[in-house]
Structure formats: structure tokens, C-alpha cells
Design a protein around this ligand. Structure first.
Ligand SMILES: [Zn+2]
Length: 60
């Protein structure tokens, strides 16, 4: 079987040393990851705030 990977955005077959079929897909993926990272960051902040609020509520 021929060794190849698939573009992480459009799923086209790409050479093993590449993750994307084009610059456009690479940029799209970058954008997607940035958004996901920001969402994760917000989620963790909310989680910490919730824990602090719960902690303060239960100890007062
Ligand atoms: Zn692609």
C-alpha cells in the first residue's frame, strides 16, 4: 500500500511529509486551532472562577 496521509482540512491525500494539500488548508487549520485554543483558555478561566466561587460559598 502506498504511504500517504490526508489533508487535515479537506481530506485529500497528501505526501507523508505534509499535513495539508495547500496553503489555504494550512491557514484554515491554523485559524481553527487558534479558535479552539481561545475557547479552551476561556473554559479554564471559567472553571477556575467557578471553583473559587464554590470554595468561597462553602467556607463562608
Ligand atoms: Zn486540503
Amino acid at each position: 500500500m502506498e504511504q500517504h496521509k490526508h489533508c487535515k482540512i479537506c481530506n485529500k491525500p497528501v505526501p507523508l511529509d505534509r499535513d495539508f494539500c495547500s496553503e489555504k488548508c494550512r491557514e484554515e487549520y491554523q485559524e481553527f486551532m487558534d479558535k479552539r485554543r481561545k475557547r479552551q483558555y476561556i473554559f479554564y478561566i471559567l472553571l477556575v472562577v467557578l471553583i473559587v466561587v464554590a470554595f468561597l460559598t462553602f467556607t463562608m
